[in-house]
Design a protein around this ligand. Structure first.
Ligand SMILES: NC(=O)c1ccc[n+]([C@@H]2O[C@H](COP(=O)([O-])OP(=O)(O)OC[C@H]3O[C@@H](n4cnc5c(N)ncnc54)[C@H](OP(=O)(O)O)[C@@H]3O)[C@@H](O)[C@H]2O)c1
Length: 331
């Protein structure tokens, strides 16, 4: 039987304008980097997507290499879209990316027009889509002129294969250059996707200023530092956690859960409880307190985590004392 989405799905979610564009994104978006590949349960993936959509999450973030194996998250997403979400396509914002190694030989990696064009065609086929809403260059490529990469993004919009374009993992100077070239081409860069969490604050060193000055949205990834910023690892490493699953493709490993991190998490957890939130909710709220953030990109391994994380929206305001206390803990 076809899935019927909750009629209340738009009532509790906040939607923020993405930079200077006309596109609204939900304050919380869902990423499919992990837990949606062929090594994972398709039924669990389906339940997560339904739960997310029922909660007002309209934006789903993919990339050519998500899985494992690479490509399988897009393929599974395509299956679920076709089976359950067909009638909701116009209520969904679907993004994908290319930039990291995807296939062998000189045309399966980087930022050339040759690679990006072939990759986007493959992504559309895997997902069964005519177009994606946002296509990103996944990371800067020093071996390709930035003009070529940006011209490729502009081309995809003109071809109707992408409605909007964005960049990911670009440093402030590279981002400013990409944004300027895209503006001159007539296809504005509407969004930047950087890593940002309490444990990784590099975007505060100039990137957020560049984005604000240029009216470009910002959608941070790994806001929980892959689950570290939750109460999950307070008493050891659970067997069902990402760290214990050795998934590869950049997933957190046990040796990254250091004693220093655990000490900080314990202190942050006490502060979160005093705010009436759990640590995951406080970590998401801490990012969303900044008006320059359009949306925060979460990953989940089960549907209940969607509901738990979205509850952060009940309190995204921090007192100055709380901000100071967090800064001291993170020093
Ligand atoms: N552009 C890029 O280069 C890039 C790179 C990485 C990610 N991304 C995007 O960002 C998305 C999110 O990244 P991420 O998965 O690293 O995000 P994350 O939110 O930092 O980590 C997700 C993990 O945190 C745990 N978790 C989630 N909600 C929780 C909750 N309420 N309570 C306790 N634990 C919770 C789960 O771990 P368990 O699995 O252990 O349950 C989950 O798998 C990706 O899917 C992808 O779309 C982009």
């Amino acid at each position: 039987m076809n899935y019927i989405a909750s009629s209340k799905r738009y009532s509790d979610m906040a939607y923020r304008k993405c930079g200077g564009s006309g596109l609204f994104l939900p304050a919380i978006s869902l990423g499919l980097w992990h837990n949606f590949g062929f090594i994972d349960s398709l039924e669990n993936a389906r339940q997560i997507l339904k739960q997310a959509f029922d909660c007002g999450i309209t934006h789903f973030d993919l990339a050519n290499n998500y899985g494992p194996p690479p490509g399988s998250a897009e393929e599974n997403f395509g299956k679920i879209l076709k089976g359950e979400f067909g009638s909701y396509r116009d209520q969904m914002v679907i993004s994908t990316k290319a930039g990291y190694g995807m296939w062998e030989g000189p045309y399966g990696n980087g930022g050339s027009k040759k690679y990006l064009s072939a990759s986007l065609d493959q992504s559309l086929k895997r997902m069964g889509l005519n177009y994606v809403d946002i296509f990103y260059h996944h990371r800067p490529d020093p071996d390709t002129p930035i003009e070529e990469t940006m011209t490729a993004l502009d081309l995809f919009v003109r071809q109707g294969k992408a409605l909007y374009v964005g960049i990911s993992n670009y440093k402030p100077r590279e981002a400013a250059q990409a944004i300027r070239i895209l503006r001159e081409l007539g296809t504005p860069c509407i969004i930047h996707q950087p890593r940002y969490s309490m444990f990784d604050r590099w975007v505060e060193g100039g990137l957020l200023d560049v984005l604000e000055e240029n009216h470009v949205g910002c959608i941070p990834f790994s806001p929980l530092a892959q689950g570290l910023l939750s109460n999950k690892y307070l008493a050891g490493i659970p067997s069902e956690s990402r760290a214990a699953s050795h998934r590869g493709n950049g997933a957190i490993e046990e040796d990254q859960i250091t004693q220093d991190r655990i000490n900080k998490i314990r202190k942050l957890n006490v502060l979160a409880e005093a705010r009436g939130q759990n640590l995951a909710q406080m970590a998401l709220a801490w990012i969303l307190k900044d008006k320059r953030i359009t949306s925060v990109l979460i990953g989940v391994s089960k549907p209940e985590q969607v509901v738990d994380s979205i509850a952060c929206l009940k309190n995204i305001i921090f007192t100055e004392d709380e901000i100071d206390e967090i800064n001291v803990i993170l020093e």
